[in-house]
Design a protein. Structure first.
Length: 188
């Protein structure tokens, strides 16, 4: 064996003293994800400062809320009482208006009855003197006959108008085309 190597063997290079560059993108990506999560947590804490307070602070806040609830409850009861008073006032006003309406309706009914009585007496009074015979001077008038009016003469009914003659109907031209058929004479 010889110490000399043959030329056919691949030459092996000695390792270099400077290490080869590594791929750093997975490390950079991991750092970016961690920074994004920290930023999201910080923004949540910034927007909700009360959720990370101490427990004793929460109990103090609940005690303050209890006293606030009492004030709100007192205000609500006062508003409810005022609303009930307003409702009672409105109900009383409605009842008063209904009574006034009933009074007006009864007055209108009385006036319409008087008007009907005047309408029925008015034609009799106007027609009675025209047809009444003069009473003889020797016959005394009694109060019973004076109270009874004379029968009213009926006015003659107006003659009815004759019905209108029916216009002859026939074919109707639509679109301006001339018609070939002669119109039919109306039946008589």
């Amino acid at each position: 064996m010889s110490i000399e190597s043959s030329q056919n063997w691949p030459a092996a290079e000695p390792p270099s003293l400077v290490p080869a560059p590594r791929r750093r993108w997975p490390v950079v990506l991991l750092v970016m994800i961690v920074l994004a999560l920290v930023a999201a947590g910080g923004s949540y804490a910034w927007l909700n400062p009360g959720s990370f307070g101490p427990i004793s602070g929460r109990e103090a806040a609940e005690a303050d809320a209890g006293s606030g609830d009492k004030a709100v409850l007192t205000d609500l009861l006062a508003a409810q009482q005022k609303a009930a008073d307003d409702l009672a006032t409105i109900n009383q006003a409605i009842a008063d208006q209904q009574e006034q309406l009933k009074a007006v309706v009864s007055q209108i009914a009385a006036l319409s009855a008087k008007l009907d009585a005047l309408k029925s007496a008015a034609p009799q009074a106007s027609t009675a003197p025209a047809f009444a015979m003069p009473a003889p001077a020797t016959a005394p008038a009694t109060s019973a006959t004076a109270a009874v009016p004379a029968p009213a003469a009926r006015a003659a009914p107006r003659p009815k108008k004759p019905p209108r003659a029916v216009a002859p109907t026939g074919p109707i031209s639509v679109g301006g085309a001339p018609l070939n058929t002669a119109p039919v004479a109306p039946p008589q």
